[in-house]
Design a binder for this molecule. Structure first.
Ligand SMILES: [Mn+2]
Length: 464
């Protein structure tokens, strides 16, 4: 059994350690200071005169045994480390000291230094943060408790962050769909957002501004009232709760305002509420919030705070990987697979570019094909294009060490349509009308040729 030998310098630190309580396999040693009485702290063995080479030898340490030195006295620590290094060279040493500078300690191959009080302090600070979140949450709960119907308002075409926050807020309010529906002025449209509500069975009701009157409580998550157009409905300018991570906007009233622009996702704020509330976090709730943070921060990439990291780690232990996969990789419909088959039949990688033209297809098939396309040998770029309604829609992926996908797509759609994205992922939309005006027709071959040339040009231009 591995032993941990705890050496406390002086009665005060020994008693402090004693109050924390000895862990299993801990052997407690007290080194009395000169001025101290000989009253031995309970549980400790006294070692007058400090650690000596012989005393360490007598401890007869075995492989795996380690020392913890608790002291604020530099000379004591230096002498003790040297003794241990000589008598038990393989034993690791943990120094717990708030005042001694680690730089002043002798070199040792297996030494860590941490504070004792600061260690406790960090935990206390963390608890106080939980408490601050609990206070906010209790305010929200108290304010809304007596309301019959609370509308949880999301941005139009809500994204995963907004959807997750609405879903979680309802859970921590202890309410149901009927008394706290998720509402929005614009339906969930984007395929990746649809995939989320479908996989999690979350309903978002599309309402008109007039329908807000049905509610005697309104809470906004991941959005602020002045986002809703030039002259938002009056009811929306005076609400009960706003929880958001976008920069604070003026021009509206709310009873409770929790806006934290340094956070990468509103789902992080709501996750902190969830933790503070102590409610059980089931796999659905955890997956929703995790996906919200993941998409808003580009998987903890840009604009991520330590709060986002902590919330993500907390949720990760509770989420369902299978559910997350279903959201991120929605089931491919059979005609999508056929379209993919036809595209693959004439596939080739040219100029490091793998272009797959799908024809008419469901929109969510396109990004999945782009992901797949990047796996082709020699492909630095994958472009999957398909026709959705009256648009040519394409998803772009790259390997990451080439030009930013967002910039390239913006160059490709310039004057024709809209597009944008990030370093390795981007999306573009060109109305077929605009495409035909330039290229005459919009059949498979024309699309392939046009996109190939446009991308080669845009990538080269970006490289200049
Ligand atoms: Mn957000």
């Amino acid at each position: 059994m591995i032993r941990r030998i705890i050496v406390c310098d002086g009665a005060e630190l020994a008693r402090l350690w004693g109050r924390i309580g000895a862990g299993e396999n801990e052997e407690l040693i007290w080194v009395p200071r000169d001025e101290e009485s000989r009253a031995r702290p309970p549980g400790f063995r006294a070692l007058s005169g400090g650690l000596k080479v012989e005393t360490v030898q007598k401890l007869d340490t075995k492989e795996g045994d380690g020392f913890a030195l608790v002291s604020e006295d530099g000379p004591f620590l230096r002498a003790s480390i040297l003794c241990i290094a000589e008598a038990a060279p393989d034993a690791p040493i943990l120094v717990l000291s708030d005042r001694v500078d680690p730089e002043d300690l002798p070199d040792h191959p297996c030494l860590r230094v941490t504070g004792l009080r600061t260690l406790i302090r960090d935990d206390v600070d963390e608890e106080l943060e939980h408490l601050a979140n609990l206070r906010r949450l209790v305010q929200v709960q108290t304010l809304l408790a007596a309301r019959e119907r609370v509308g949880i308002l999301l941005q139009p075409d809500p994204d995963p962050d907004g959807i997750a926050c609405g879903y979680a807020l309802r859970a921590i309010l202890g309410r149901k769909k009927s008394t706290a529906p998720l509402i929005s002025f614009g339906e969930v449209k984007r395929p990746e957002n649809r995939a989320m509500v479908e996989a999690l069975g979350i309903e978002v009701r599309t309402i008109t501004p007039d329908e807000l009157d049905e509610f005697d409580g309104i809470a906004l998550v991941d959005v602020q009232p002045t986002v809703f157009g030039e002259s938002p409905p009056a009811r929306v300018l005076s609400v009960d709760v706003v929880i958001d991570h976008h920069p604070e906007r003026p021009g509206y009233d709310t009873v409770i305002r929790d806006i934290r622009p340094s956070y990468g996702a509103t789902a992080t704020i709501v996750t902190e509420y969830v933790r503070a509330s102590g409610i059980e976090v089931g796999p659905k709730l955890a997956t929703a919030l995790l996906y919200g943070i993941k998409t808003d921060t580009q998987l903890l990439g840009r604009e991520t705070s330590r709060h986002d990291m902590t919330a993500f780690a907390f949720l990760h232990t509770a989420h369902s990987p299978a559910l997350l996969r279903r959201i991120e990789r929605p089931a491919l419909p059979q005609d999508g697979l056929h379209a993919l088959g036809r595209a693959l039949a004439q596939t080739s990688v040219e100029d490091g570019m793998h272009l797959l033209v799908l024809g008419r297809v469901r929109e969510d098939v396109i990004p999945q094909v782009a992901d797949l396309g990047l796996q082709a040998e020699g492909a630095e770029w994958a472009i999957a294009a398909g026709i959705v309604h009256r648009d040519l829609v394409f998803s772009v992926r790259n390997v990451g060490y080439v030009r930013a996908a967002g910039d390239v797509v913006r160059a490709v759609v310039e004057g024709l349509g809209v597009g944008g994205g990030h370093r390795t992922m981007a999306k573009g939309i060109i109305p077929l009308v605009a495409f035909r005006k330039v290229y005459g027709r919009a059949d498979r071959n024309t699309i392939r040729k046009a996109l190939h040339e446009a991308f080669v040009k845009a990538i080269r231009r970006e490289e200049e």
